[in-house]
Design a protein around this ligand. Structure first.
Ligand SMILES: Cc1cc2nc3c(=O)[nH]c(=O)nc-3n(C[C@H](O)[C@H](O)[C@H](O)COP(=O)(O)OP(=O)(O)OC[C@H]3O[C@@H](n4cnc5c(N)ncnc54)[C@H](O)[C@@H]3O)c2cc1C
Length: 507
């Protein structure tokens, strides 16, 4: 099918176009991409750059509001939208948690074209060597990401260069030093693919949607890509042992079928895994719709209000920890009024994949059952949680000594305590905190928005991101990471989506 961009209902053209009358859904396509978030839009853009002619991107949410939340709202309001999702009209949790409080609360999708690429903070760190190595990750992919193969630059280098250009020539705020010392440790500026709107305190993080924006600000999909919003994929159409397209529900409730040669799942980890589990069960490759390996980052930290004069300038800094701890340490210094700063310290670590952390569809009469999520921690994860706490205690003791502050001890409660989760860093809560008194928190699993691991490359998927047991079906996004490492996932997600674009049939 010819693939010129079309301005029809639900295309990414503009607010007005998205709320206009519905255009016809295609009956067939070369490649269908399920989900227009960070991975799906990156993949569609890369496919278009390579001249693909018949790509249809299906997004369950609307496409009329394509601004990053930190561009659309002041800092405090944007933070509330993340941490009080009832204030976000796009927040949507299509799963049930079988392990509350994990995968509840702020754990969910932001159902709109752009997905969580319109919320993320732009932190771009490569996965650490201790996680990104064979046999966990396929050797071929490790080499392509890190060193490059056959004289080609590595994917990490290519994407970092592109994001640096997009950000205006540097990956951090020039006002903050590239290196700084706190608590006796040498930190580096945290690389972020962000740019400020000149003359304001507003900023945005990178999204591939930006490549779709014309000089007038209108957003039009590139040639070869058609976008249909308000179009929820209910299931992969599996017949004769291969994926033959998708079944979709339109905004008006009608259910329709789109035939496709290739289907790529990029609907966020839990939803992509639900669709894959149902499809693999239909194909006879799974006894029931259930896949394990789901993991998120384990993150703990503390916040403390301090005099500003002996702290580094406001900004974000990071430091790898001993690989045994599978974590990295991050420090943010925020302005807290005249002469005062808020020190926000967190350690982010890798939850190991395990077969007890699952996405499954419970038996139901529903033709398209919802996902249920269960998650559990391995003994190694519990060990890491206590190691992270020791690291934070030592770091706080050293920092307090350095600043001449009394070192009030860090007190933690049980991991999973909803009274002390990551909403503790909300401005409303930190404002009422006494100066010099650190308050600790631990995030619940599923609430870091870094969930992945349930459709691993080299096991369920081959190195071309194709399901080995179901021809025609592929996946993208953090779901395909065999191990998460400690680094935030999006640099790797972008790199892998770009790599995948060159591997799909017809690309
Ligand atoms: C506040 C915040 C800050 C973050 N900061 C960072 C950071 O600094 N660095 C970093 O690396 N990561 C960060 N992340 C995480 C990062 O945003 C996610 O890892 C990334 O967006 C995941 O990409 P994805 O494409 O898999 O999912 P998403 O971006 O969530 O996209 C999935 C899309 O699929 C759509 N969809 C779902 N189900 C269906 C269906 N059935 N049919 C059709 N469409 C469907 C959804 O509506 C959504 O648009 C942050 C996330 C948040 C929320």
């Amino acid at each position: 099918m010819p693939g010129s961009p079309q301005a029809q209902h639900g295309t990414a053209r503009s607010r007005a176009a998205a709320s206009g009358p519905s255009g016809p859904l295609p009956r067939e396509a070369g490649t269908v991409i399920v989900g227009g978030g960070l991975a799906g839009v990156e993949l569609a853009t890369a496919l278009a750059e390579q001249g693909a002619e018949d790509v249809v991107l299906l997004e369950a949410g609307p496409g009329g509001d394509l601004a990053h939340i930190h561009l659309a709202h002041p800092q405090a309001a944007a933070t509330e939208i993340v941490f009080a999702p009832e204030r976000d009209p796009y927040f949507h949790r299509p799963w049930r948690s079988g392990a509350p409080p994990h995968y509840t609360g702020i754990s969910g999708l932001r159902r709109r074209l752009g997905g969580r690429s319109l919320y993320w903070h732009g932190v771009v760190l490569p996965l650490e060597d201790w996680a990104l190595h064979p046999p966990g990750w396929p050797a071929e992919i490790v080499a392509e990401l890190t060193t490059g193969v056959g004289g080609a630059p590595s994917w990490y280098d290519r994407v970092t260069e592109q994001l640096t250009d997009w950000s205006g020539g540097g990956l951090w705020d020039p006002a903050q030093p590239a290196r700084t010392s706190i608590g006796g440790q040498e930190f580096r500026a945290l690389p972020r693919a962000c740019r400020r709107r000149p003359g304001t305190d507003r900023w945005e993080a990178y999204t591939a949607l930006d490549a779709w924006r014309g000089p007038d600000g209108d957003v039009t999909p590139p040639a070869g890509v058609r976008v249909h919003c308000d179009t929820e994929v209910l299931a992969v159409d599996v017949r004769g042992g291969r994926a033959r397209g998708v079944l979709v529900r339109l905004g008006d409730g009608d259910v329709s079928r789109i035939a496709a040669h290739t289907v790529v799942l990029s609907a966020g980890t839990v939803e992509s895994t639900r669709l894959a589990a149902l499809a693999l069960t239909d194909a006879g490759a799974l006894p029931s719709p259930r896949l394990g390996g789901l993991a998120d980052h384990i993150v703990q930290g503390f916040v403390v209000r301090l005099p500003a004069d002996r702290l580094p300038p406001p900004g974000s800094y990071h430091l790898p920890t001993d690989p045994v701890l599978r974590s990295y340490l991050r420090v943010d210094v925020h302005d807290d009024g005249p002469g005062r700063a808020l020190l926000d310290v967190r350690v982010t670590g890798e939850q190991l994949p395990n077969e007890g952390s699952v996405v499954e569809c419970e038996p139901s009469d529903e033709p398209f059952p919802r996902a249920s999520v269960r998650t559990g921690l391995l003994p190694e994860d519990h060990k890491m949680i206590s190691g992270q706490r020791d690291l934070l205690r030592d770091f706080w003791a050293a920092t307090a000594r350095e600043l001449g502050e009394p070192s009030a001890p860090l007190e933690f409660t049980g991991y999973g305590d909803t009274e002390r989760d990551n909403t503790r860093v909300l401005p409303d809560r930190t404002r009422s905190q006494s100066a010099g008194r650190p308050e600790t928190w631990s995030s619940l699993l599923g609430t870091e928005d870094h969930e992945g691991g349930s459709l691993p490359l080299g096991r369920l998927l081959d190195t071309r991101h194709a399901f080995t047991a179901l021809p025609g079906l592929h996946a993208a996004g953090p779901a395909v990471f065999p191990r998460l490492g400690a680094a935030n996932p999006s640099l790797t997600t972008i790199a892998l989506s770009r790599r995948l674009a060159g591997l799909l049939p017809g690309a």
